[in-house]
Design a protein around this ligand. Structure first.
Ligand code: PEP
Ligand code: MN
Length: 362
């Protein structure tokens, strides 16, 4: 699978309002962008808005598509809109939209993704795929596979966060490991971060954007409106083009982020980390050798693999020790769970193999 080949500079900036509201709104946004020397790599604007519950503003639909010509005239940049079904695809293509994007509420449904993909068979257009609402990497990868299967190979991901009822900080929790895993799963894929839908509030956009760049994501999609407070959708998270310019100025696009091979000090640290990792593997291998011996012993003595009291005391003492050494409690617990799970599996394997004492007895 090849990556999105729009020849965007890295990091790519996608900006524009959550929804198209009127020709005057588009003109006002473009004017303020020009005043601030902002020329996004791609201009975003929703005309079909998938609202979670009915009754909200659901977008102006195809009527608003011709108004996007204003953006082309004012800024001379490509335009992307969200499509959620075959009809949207037909209308967006008819209106000459440059790039399509698939929203989080669509990616979650393989039937809808397949329907959109089929409507694009034989069409040469880039598609941006937002992560699904749920933190499910497979669904996200599956969407790319469906588009790729109909011949779309200019693809990129948009990381907009995941529903989490318990989280109070974010509108959609970032779960940074998921976009990073996506980049591992589909080598070469570009992933754009969408701090607007992750945070849900404009005050946090700078902070999340910086984290995205630190994690090596390839760009930012930031909802931009000339009068955010009066926007017809997602008012709390949109920023003015003036604020967008400030955010972009404050972000650190450090050389080393993009050109890390030139950095000597970084290479030295990496050698150190490589050696430590090597020691870590040696120690883990040693630990599991002992675990195998314990497994064989439990088998011979007819003992159960899982000993709850021992497990509780290992968890408690090791977590405490780790926390005292400045490792987080959450990390310690996850690490110990992973080690324990592997230990149980290995001991089960020992139980299944014939015991030496038994075979001697036979
Ligand atoms: C949007 O980009 O305005 C939107 C509806 O996004 P999402 O699909 O990420 O909720
Ligand atoms: Mn929005």
């Amino acid at each position: 699978m090849s990556a999105w080949g729009m020849n965007l500079k890295s990091p790519a900036i996608i900006a524009g309002p959550c929804s198209v509201e009127s020709p005057a709104q588009l003109s006002a946004i473009c004017t303020e962008m020009k005043l601030n020397n902002i020329k996004p790599d791609l201009f975003r604007a929703g005309v079909w808005k998938p609202r979670t519950r009915p009754g909200g503003f659901e977008g102006l639909g195809a009527t608003a598509l011709p108004w996007l010509e204003i953006v082309r005239e004012e800024l001379n940049v490509p335009i992307t809109v969200e499509v959620g079904n075959t009809k949207h695809v037909e209308e967006a293509l008819k209106a000459g939209i440059d790039v399509l994007w698939v929203g989080a509420r669509t990616t979650v449904n393989p039937f809808s993704v397949q329907e959109i993909a089929e409507a694009l068979r034989g069409v040469d257009i880039p598609v941006l795929v937002k992560n699904p609402m749920s933190p499910d990497l497979g669904l996200w990868v599956g969407a790319f596979e469906r588009f790729n299967a109909v011949g779309i190979d200019r693809l990129a991901g948009i990381h907009r966060g995941f529903t989490d009822q318990h989280d109070k900080t974010y509108r959609n929790k970032p779960n940074w490991s998921i976009p990073i895993h996506l980049k591992r799963e589909i080598p070469g894929i570009e992933v754009i971060n969408d701090p607007s839908h992750i945070t849900g509030k404009r005050d946090m956009i700078l902070e999340v954007s910086q984290r995205a760049l630190n994690f090596g994501l390839d760009g930012l999609m930031i909802e931009t409106h000339h009068d955010p407070d009066n926007a017809w959708s997602d008012a709390a998270q949109q920023v003015t083009p003036t604020r967008l310019a400030e955010i972009l100025k404050q972000l650190e696009f450090r050389e080393t982020l993009w050109n890390e091979n030139l950095d000597d000090q970084l290479s030295k640290f990496r050698v150190e980390v490589d050696q430590l990792d090597h020691q870590l593997m040696e120690i883990l291998a040693e630990r599991f050798k002992v675990i195998d011996k314990i497994g064989a012993h439990k088998r011979d003595q007819g003992l159960a693999v899982f000993q709850p009291d021992r497990w509780t005391s290992v968890m408690e003492s090791r977590t405490k020790e780790g926390v005292a050494k400045n490792l987080s409690e959450k990390f310690m617990k996850e690490l110990l769970f992973a080690i324990h799970e592997e230990s149980v599996k290995r001991q089960e394997k020992q139980i299944k193999t014939q015991s030496t004492t038994n075979s001697l007895k036979v």
